[in-house]
Ligand binder design. Structure first.
Ligand code: C2O
Length: 499
């Protein structure tokens, strides 16, 4: 069915559609579909990657330069007499409401550079950046074209610097690819004065690069995909190296598509409307090496403003995301329980943290509210996350009230969420000294756990008086025998918020 749909699309797209006027709209397609039906697009990508790799690293359209614009590769020093800022290196926006818009602009110009580098394209082939829909249960292996042949001198889409299982044929775990929490989000952003809430990144005074809590779509699937593909040492696991992996760009095309799909769910979902979000300028290079500037206002409508679209943007894919029936609670969240005693160094076998209950009343209320009534929303905030060495699998699991003697299969029932260390490397902690809101204590993840609380309550494992949270490395890929280590990571504080 998908295949039939795809072939019809290919036929339709090759005929210019009158409604699209003069402008040629490039269609971004799913990588598995392309491998099956239009491998020429991936050949073009591979060819362009090779061309870009051969360009001088000082050329803004070179492979290395483009990756450095996201985060500077550790071995690449800034030449004397210039700065990261002037070079437009290390500009990626994480942990704020600029995350989606900045990455949209970044991959848009990259796509133009690739198209130019791949030209002349064979007749009938147009290049648009492919996306990878890993949430689809049949598309959870790293696309074959990116791992076979497993030799970067023959295959420009292959890099050895990945999780070895992913570069083999392991599948991403269902938890890793889940976009359920992201699709449930209703409000794009929150004001900085508000306690952290689930959104797509908080408002911020200006571009900041790192260090605030990651928004829902950014945290999962975005960060955890980075973590699982990067594994212990691979490029995808660190923003400074991620752009060197050709799969990075397909991952971001998918995140960009999910932004579209999220908007199309409607029910009052919309982009931010404040002028800081709309009018903050970001700079890039186009295919002619000219420096260009864009604002979020310039990229709101991908088809009319940027001349691309997705083949199938309208459906959130993968795990179904049922809309909560009750309206979103409007109350501010309060801390119901929190860790005490300062920073927590994460251990291979996991850390079980007894939270000190601040408001028994908040925890004690029946979280399974009557139908139609607003339901309390529970969120775990992992604050002050800091990473000197990544966990071996790139991801940690967060468990609520996990019994100490639970077997691995029992433990699954207590798993409330998952987070990655991507973007929380300690070396970034002072990357924007004194920037507004640049507090290492605030950086971290907000993990929605309402479903888990309900599940535990139904199973009699939630008494509303005691809460423990266990954080331990878990495997992000379906390979049972992985040895799990926690690396060298710490958490400043864990809080359980309720509203
Ligand atoms: Cu700026 Cu997927 O990272």
């Amino acid at each position: 069915m998908i295949k039939l749909f795809f072939s019809i699309c290919v036929i339709l797209i090759s005929i210019p559609l009158p409604s699209e006027g003069q402008q040629n709209v490039h269609v971004r397609r799913e990588v598995y579909d392309l491998m099956a039906h239009q491998p020429e697009v991936l050949d073009a990508y591979a060819r362009a990657v090779r061309v870009m790799q051969q360009r001088a690293p000082s050329d803004p359209t070179s492979w290395k330069y483009q990756a450095n614009m996201h985060g500077r590769f550790p071995a690449d020093a800034v030449p004397n007499g210039t700065s990261e800022e002037k070079l437009l290196w290390a500009q990626c926006q994480h942990g704020s409401y600029f995350f989606l818009a900045w990455h949209r602009m970044f991959i848009y110009y990259f796509e133009r550079i690739v198209r130019a580098a791949a030209s002349p394209l064979p007749n009938g082939v147009d290049f648009a950046l492919p996306y990878w829909d890993y949430s689809d249960e049949h598309r959870r292996q790293l696309p074959l074209r990116f791992r076979m042949p497993a030799d970067s001198s023959q295959n420009p889409l292959y890099v050895a610097e990945r999780d070895p299982d992913m570069n083999n044929d392991a599948e991403l775990d269902a938890e890793v690819v889940s976009n359920v929490a992201a699709f449930r989000v209703r409000g794009f952003s929150v004001a900085p004065s508000n306690p952290p809430l689930l959104c797509f990144g908080g408002e911020i005074a200006g571009p900041i690069h790192y260090r605030r809590p990651h928004g829902a779509l950014e945290s999962r699937p975005h960060d955890v995909i980075h973590g699982a593909l990067g594994g212990e040492n691979g490029w995808m696991g660190d923003p400074d190296t991620a752009g060197r992996d050709p799969i990075f760009w397909l991952h971001h095309a998918n995140i960009d598509r999910l932004w579209e799909a999220w908007l199309r769910q409607g029910n009052n979902r919309h982009d931010p409307e404040d002028s800081k979000w709309l009018d903050t300028k970001f700079s890039f290079f186009d295919e002619n090496k000219h420096q260009v500037t864009k604002t979020a206002r310039d990229v709101l409508n991908i088809q009319s403003q940027l001349a691309y679209r997705y083949d199938e943007p309208t459906q959130p894919s993968g795990v179904a995301a049922p809309e909560p029936s009750a309206p979103e609670p409007s109350a501010k969240p309060v801390i119901a329980a929190k860790s005490i005693g300062g920073a927590i160094a994460l251990k291979d076998e996991g850390n079980r943290v007894d939270l000190s209950v601040v408001s028994e009343q908040k925890l004690g209320v029946n979280p399974v509210a009557a139908p139609g009534a607003p339901q309390p929303e529970f969120v775990v905030h992992i604050g002050g996350l800091s990473v000197n060495k990544r966990p071996s699998s790139g991801v940690f699991g967060v468990y609520l009230n996990l019994p100490t003697d639970a077997s691995p299969s029992e433990a699954q029932k207590y798993l409330a969420g998952i987070f990655s260390t991507f973007g929380f490397e300690a070396k970034h902690e002072h990357s924007v000294p004194g920037a507004p809101g640049d507090s290492p204590d605030q950086g971290g993840h907000l993990i929605p756990v309402t479903e888990a609380v309900k599940r535990l309550q139904a199973a009699g494992a939630w008494d509303g008086k005691h809460v423990t949270i266990t954080v331990r490395p878990i495997t992000g890929v379906k390979k049972a025998d992985k040895k799990l280590t926690a690396g060298d990571c710490k958490i400043g504080e864990i809080t359980l918020l309720v509203r």
